[in-house]
Ligand binder design. Structure first.
Ligand code: ZN
Length: 85
């Protein structure tokens, strides 16, 4: 949200378009009924204050088969869907 450059009232964005990876252009309209100024603005990333740490990517683990219980009543206290490693 920006303020009107003519009367300083709040202005709403009517539309916007991304111009580059770090810049967006907006068309704005003043909400003061006695002004109604429309104007363009640019929003630009000028600096990154804190960047997340570098990630050393790894592939996902393969899906493991799920072992079905052989004797469901005998294993009632254990997890019947335990994984086999
Ligand atoms: Zn205005």
């Amino acid at each position: 949200m920006m303020n009107c450059p003519k009367c300083s009232h709040a202005a709403h964005t009517r539309s916007s378009v991304v111009l580059s990876e770090n810049t967006k252009e907006r068309y704005n309209q003043c909400q003061n009924i006695n002004c109604g100024c429309t104007f363009k603005s640019l929003e630009t990333v000028t600096d990154i204050i804190m960047c997340p740490g570098r990630v050393n990517p790894v592939p996902p683990h393969p899906a493991l088969p799920v072992e079905a219980p052989k004797h469901p009543k005998a294993n009632s206290g254990s997890n019947p869907l335990r994984r086999v490693f």
